[in-house]
Ligand binder design. Sequence first.
Ligand code: LLP
Length: 463
Amino acid sequence: MSRSAHPAGPRHADVLPEGHYAAPAEDLNALDPKVWAHTVGRDADGVVTVGGIAVTQLAEEYGTPAYVLDEADFRDRARAWRTAFGNDADVFYAGKAFLSRAVVRWLHEEGLNLDVCSGGELATALSAGMPAERIAFHGNNKSPEEIERAVRAGVGRIVLDSFQEIVRVAHIAQTLGKRQRVQIRITVGVEAHTHEFIATAHEDQKFGIPLAGGQAAEAVRRALQLDGLEVIGIHSHIGSQIFDMSGFEVAAHRVVGLLKDIRDEHGVELPEIDLGGGLGIAYTSDDDPREPHEIAKALTEIVTRECESARLRTPRISVEPGRAIVGPTAFTLYEVGTVKPLDGLRTYVSVDGGMSDNIRTALYDAEYSVALASRTSDAEPMLVRVVGKHCESGDIVVKDAFLPGDLAPGDLIAVPATGAYCRSMASNYNHVLRPPVVAVRDGEARVIVRRETEEDLLRLDVG
Ligand code: LLP
């Protein structure tokens, strides 16, 4: 999924036969601000600090592994998106990247909206006080109960994903005596992964209603006839970890084309378009993400230009960044358990977590960086693979990286850019307990999601 997930080879390494990578030229103690949260640095003793707190202190108080989240950085990034898009657009944070009640409160305070895609995410959002009208409800197979709960709560929009759902939501809304605001999610025939897109390649998937063959137009036709629905716009989400805006350009062109067809056929100008999320972040120093203001400018210009040429009023734009807000704000702190050099190959560094707290490496071949966090070292770099404690050889956290050659059990290492899709996709594989999320700000740390306990596991196991 990450640009670096593709077979470009290991970071800092000239690709030689497996296991014979050239050592990095740069200082292993340096922390590239591109991949670390804003307040991360090292103190006078060389210990990594975040929000003014040393990771050694965090490990002592909260244990390892732990996700450590820089609250100031989260708020900065959320605000940067909000400011970049201004008052004529809406930013919906995609809760699937990472959601907790503290996060919902921060989003609320920073003026963002929230995208949820299950009853559980909806419950979290509502319980932390996000106003329902600022919530968008997504998903390709929302249950009738979830739909009813969302309609009753008064969510600002439900994003419809199929012909059956159009009828289902209309029926539920009507039964409740309501008219539900909806967008219709379409697939525009663009596949956008990393820096490239393959036009027309991506209608073959479970999300959305294809533009091709007039299906999206037919969906709008049907939805406009139903009393229970107020059709407010069209939705398109083209992919993940995208660095290149050209996929959005094609998507905007096609969405606006549909708006024009709708205007011509029904005499209705839909007031909103949502261009989804998917903006890439830096997992390693090789990734070069765009800043929110550049993205906002590009998207606004594309939509305005397309609407002008179609002689349409420019609709209100919304976007749904998840990873781009929370991804860079957290790192995972692990304690090294064993260091196993394999002659002529590499050194395996085992940590106290693994694929249960970060499935992305195993699932997407994602690439991560890693740093020795509890001290600095001038030892020669060694090529390592950071692996977890699970009973599976694919249990890899960082596939290829360099760490100091004197790394030893008891050292703390940190893997940056794990804020998105790590805790939210964590599992209990091997009955390993999911780590806490510790938020740090201005010299204070607090647990926002506590560590799982064996009692938690046993409570579900009713015998
Ligand atoms: N909006 C919609 C409709 C989505 O489906 C998604 C992500 C987003 C927004 C947010 O995308 P983001 O800005 O976070 O890339 N588990 C994968 C990512 C799956 C994304 C699913 N949809 C990963 O770890 O890379």
